[in-house]
Ligand binder design. Structure first.
Ligand SMILES: Cc1cc2nc3c(=O)[nH]c(=O)nc-3n(C[C@H](O)[C@H](O)[C@H](O)COP(=O)(O)OP(=O)(O)OC[C@H]3O[C@@H](n4cnc5c(N)ncnc54)[C@H](O)[C@@H]3O)c2cc1C
Length: 506
């Protein structure tokens, strides 16, 4: 398979553009992330010419700079400042560049849980997501990403210590499957994988698309306008972006027979709403986030949490509505990511980072409510989700103590370090308000929900925007509900499904 970063004919970027560009294809995909690149592969392999337009740049692994400030500016959407506001403020990072959020994700892979597929098919009429229909696409994603469990030698202390605690408590813990067959545990997944060990979408689905001879990817192209005539989209237009200054320096137009929006669960509804192509009652109306929190635990031995697989181990509490997952980040991301409002104790803990382990719960949204509008993102953590998050925090603290922690920092504003397992219930009570919890979310979903009922969905069961004959959505926006597990595999399978429909429609 070719490396798209070296296949210049298929790889267009800022340096190869004039001030005004006009392009034509059978199909135009807007957004080069998990869903968009899988959709492009599905279209290209059926013989149609496809252009992928991506707002960010097309990076090669050695070009990633191991520095949070560089990464936020160049490979994070909204320069890393994207957040949702409601009864709490939640950072919601997303990736930018060919590969989308897979450029900065931890590579965790889960198949879509079977009960979720059944619910989507039965309650929402998404027959293409029924287990029998969807599973072959999940199999293909698994194979294309070359999903593995990374060797223990690369997991290192942060994962091993959590496994030790979970084993001592007899909890259902497992190594996380990851799309990182070449991972060497350098711990900087969120800054772009510098070794190419991660099989992000730009290194997997894009080469599959390019190798057909039918796909070109145009980086540094931010779509703003989607022009419809009657019930058909005829063109998209936007700005050619200078990747150094981030200034708009030219314009482009793409004409095609069909268009696929894959600008992610925030970008896609904004394009639809901004161009008056969907009803705000159903577009952007449902936002799920998998609200999560990060906890630190001090150990007598050195953990050096910046070292090793970023997210290698988890405790499966899906039945209870949450997962406990380890996580690590580079020290500069840890410093910038932890809010000062958590107080002096936590800042002192971060100063002693080499003795700290990190993990936290991620919740399957059930009663939270959120949305995306042209003004931004709102999210109100529901009472049940808040309680599940706190239950996950308590269990996470127990795992840390079982592993030998001397102190646990729960990530509650004004909270004090917990010093013994007997104090966990008192220190993390069910009464903590949402605004006092350190929340974080990197899995927006559901903002252009798929469904058979036009009043309750934004796209039909083929992924076509209601009311428009040739405009589709193929990203995590279309999930009818929250998923409960990390979403990249499901998103890519959605891309394959919708891409197949688009190609068959001609
Ligand atoms: C820090 C982080 C860690 C994560 N870890 C994991 C993990 O370990 N496992 C997992 O399963 N999931 C993980 N995820 C989530 C997963 O990566 C996403 O759910 C998935 O990539 C979503 O795919 P998508 O196609 O919907 O959007 P994206 O992959 O985000 O792609 C959208 C693309 O559209 C582009 N775009 C937006 N607007 C425009 C426009 N107007 N014009 C042109 N292009 C545009 C964006 O620049 C972006 O490249 C993580 C996410 C983040 C942010």
């Amino acid at each position: 398979m070719s490396d798209p970063s070296t296949t210049d004919a298929a790889r267009r970027g800022f340096a190869s553009y004039g001030p005004v560009e006009d392009w034509q294809a059978d199909v135009c995909v807007i957004g080069g992330g998990a869903g968009g690149l899988a959709a492009a592969a599905a279209v290209a392999e059926r013989g149609l010419k496809v252009i992928v337009l991506e707002a960010g740049s097309h990076w090669k692994p050695p070009e990633f700079v191991q520095d949070a400030a560089w990464a936020y500016r160049h490979i994070y959407t909204e320069q890393g400042a994207r957040s949702a506001v409601g009864n709490a403020v939640i950072p919601v990072p997303g990736g930018k560049g060919v590969g989308g959020s897979t450029l900065i994700n931890s590579a965790i892979c889960f198949r879509t849980p079977e009960p979720v597929m059944r619910q989507w098919a039965t309650d929402h009429g998404c027959h293409r997501m029924a287990p029998e229909a969807f599973s072959p696409h999940l199999d293909r994603v698994w194979q294309t990403l070359r999903v593995v469990i990374n060797p223990v030698v690369f997991q290192r202390n942060n994962n091993l210590i959590f496994k030790r605690g979970a084993d001592r408590l007899g909890l259902p813990g497992q190594w996380l499957a990851r799309s990182a067959p070449g991972c060497v545990g350098c711990g900087v997944c969120y800054l772009g994988c510098p070794t190419g060990g991660k099989t992000s979408a730009d290194r997997t689905f894009l080469p599959e698309a390019v190798d057909t001879g039918n796909c070109t990817v145009h980086a540094d192209c931010r779509v703003a306008e989607v022009e419809a005539q009657g019930d058909r989209v005829v063109a998209v237009r936007g700005a050619l972006v200078d990747p150094t200054t981030l200034d708009d320096v030219g314009v482009f137009t793409v004409r095609a027979r069909a268009f696929v929006l894959a600008a992610g669960p925030v970008g896609t509804p904004k394009l639809l709403l901004g161009n008056g192509l969907a009803d705000p009652a159903t577009c952007g109306a449902w936002l799920y986030l998998h609200p999560a929190t990060g906890m630190l635990a001090r150990f007598p031995e050195e953990i050096r949490p910046w070292n090793g697989v970023t997210q290698g181990y988890y405790v499966d509490r899906w039945e209870r509505g949450y997962l406990l997952q380890t996580y690590t980040a580079s020290p500069d991301q840890t410093y910038t990511g932890m809010p000062y409002s958590l107080g002096e104790d936590l800042l002192r803990a971060i100063a002693d980072l080499r003795h700290m382990a990190m993990a936290g719960p991620l919740v399957h949204d059930e009663d939270s409510r959120g949305g995306v509008s042209l003004q931004g993102m709102t999210y109100f953590l529901g009472d049940g989700d808040r309680r599940r998050l706190l239950a996950g925090m308590r269990e996470c603290a127990e795992v840390f103590f079982a592993a030998g922690a001397t102190e646990v920092y729960p990530g509650i504003v004004g909270g004090r370090p917990v010093r013994s397992p007997g104090d966990v219930e008192r220190a993390i009570p069910d009464t903590v308000a949402a605004r006092k919890i350190y929340l974080y979310a990197s899995h927006p979903m559901g903002t252009c929900r798929m469904g058979a009922d036009r009043e309750q969905s934004c796209v039909d069961p083929d992924g076509r925007v209601w009311g428009l004959a040739n405009l589709y959505v193929a990203d995590a926006s279309v999930f009818p509900t929250s998923l409960g597990v990390n979403p990249q595999v499901t998103t890519m399978a959605v891309g394959l499904v919708v891409g197949g429909v688009v190609a068959e429609a001609g």
